[in-house]
Design a protein around this ligand. Structure first.
Ligand code: ZN
Length: 229
């Protein structure tokens, strides 16, 4: 976090001698990064169908922090918090929750979201689920989407740096009919130049969980480094 001290310079006389006094006028404020690329986000899934859900947490798993506090977590709720914190920090311009649109079909919902956001760079931060045991991260892009490929690789690199013990599952290029195809094709056809569907951890495996703070720090580095691509 970059901080800027808001201070005032004052000259004061003490026993006939002139001193320069710096007075801090307010709490340090966070300076939002100036990013030229306009990123936007699409909340994964919808409020009435929240995507993959973690199992209730057995006491034997002994997890700590927000995961344990939530008892169960799902892709939609996690994604909302994740994207809101990125927007509040100025790391993305806007994000969209498609729940209110009541559009059926991932393609149509994502195309409309992409058009509405009008950001050229889009992320949709999903979470995986399989058998409660496996873990790791991967990123999905449309097959042959060279532009998105560079950013997908960068995302994996930053994830590896922040979470070196996790399994790196690579970039998955998705062809028509594949997992997430409608989401990705909708984002692109709605005007996005770059469309990434990220799967940062397995939500059904508590030992693979990434806290919101850790995730935010990873994204911050990703967006800053994405400026150079
Ligand atoms: Zn999902």
């Amino acid at each position: 976090m970059k901080i800027e001290i808001n201070e005032e310079r004052k000259e004061v006389l003490v026993n006939g001698e002139l001193y320069v006094k710096h007075e801090v006028k307010s709490e340090p404020v966070e300076v939002k990064p100036k990013l030229s690329k306009k990123w936007g986000g699409i909340v994964p899934h919808v409020s009435w169908s929240k995507g993959a859900v973690s199992p209730p947490i057995p006491s034997s798993w002994n997890t700590e922090g927000e995961y344990a506090a939530a008892k169960r977590i799902n892709e939609y709720d996690y994604g909302l918090i994740e994207l809101k914190s990125l927007k509040d920090a100025g790391l993305i311009k806007a994000y969209r929750d498609t729940s209110g649109d009541r559009i059926s079909g991932n393609y149509s919902a994502h195309k409309k979201a992409s058009e509405t956001l009008s950001q050229r760079y889009l992320i949709s931060p999903h979470k995986n689920a399989y058998n409660g045991k496996v873990g790791g991260f991967e990123v999905l892009i449309l097959k042959g989407d060279q532009e998105s490929f560079y950013y997908a690789r960068l995302w994996l690199e930053v994830m590896s740096k922040h979470f070196p013990d996790r399994k790196h599952r690579g970039v998955k290029e998705i062809a028509s009919g594949g997992r997430g195809y409608g989401n990705l094709a909708g984002m692109k056809d709605g005007g996005a130049k770059v469309a990434l569907l990220t799967e940062a951890f397995f939500i059904d495996n508590p030992s693979d969980y990434i806290t919101q703070d850790e995730m935010h720090a990873m994204w911050k580095e990703f967006f800053e480094r994405a400026e150079e691509l």
